[in-house]
Design a protein around this ligand. Sequence first.
Ligand SMILES: [Zn+2]
Length: 308
Amino acid sequence: MVYLGIDVGGTGIKGAIVDGEGRILHRAETPTRAAEGREAVLGRIRQLGRSLLERAETPVAACGVGSPGRIDHRRGHVIFASGNLPGWSGTDLGAELHRAFGVPVVVDNDVNAASMGEAWIGAARGASDFLMLTLGTGVGGALTVHGRLFRGARWGAGEVGHMALYPGGEPCPCGGRGCAERYVSSKALTRRANEGLTGWRPFRGIRDVIRAAEQGSGDRQRAARLGVERWTDDLALFLMNLQMAFDPQMIVVGGGITRLGYWWDRLVQTAARECRERSMSIRIKQAKLGPMAGVVGAARLAMLSRRG
Ligand SMILES: [Zn+2]
């Protein structure tokens, strides 16, 4: 048996046919073009899914979909999605895609799906209690307890990016202030490095910041290094808070930024020190599956749904 996994993101939609061992047999990707609205995005998901179903050599048993936002996993319904996908809130994604694909469809939050992938064949393989954190434009979280995703009473568990890290701090698109994601997302790193620049060309993105931080001793490089250090220290504090709240076996950190630069060791050491001071320990691991975690995890959700 094989499974169709789909990962809907703010910029791209990815899909793959995945076998029972987590191997990707066929894959496809298309831009989301979210600004064109819900129907256009649904149309692209249908097209991508159908093209993959046609390429599968063996019958596809079920489809799993990861989507941003708060997802009613039981009904396959998008309760709420932020501004990255205009009009996405209220979509009956499960029903829409079941009609289009003719196979059972299961829908979950995108970070939940990614964490299922990491638990299956990635960094959290064999772990029964772990937390997954993704650092991108925003900060996402997913909690696995006793080997199962903990989705919360209102499907909102794991929204750790909007926990307050600096009370009264930076305004956040969610409506709150001082949310963690305003300080520890990969997007926040560029902003924070630019705050330390005076009269220099602004950093264009995280690669630019980290490259500057790693090289040279000029003012621009110093601003980058300071930005990276403050960002890393805030992230370490945030991880310590999460460790205190949930005491997971490990925290798996994903997002493209985890593969860039020297800051990882500093993060591990600072978080360990923060926890040690509170008589706790912490284990932080880099996610393994990279950008395909969501697709593989969505396929895993589809696979588990068939086992009941
Ligand atoms: Zn927020």
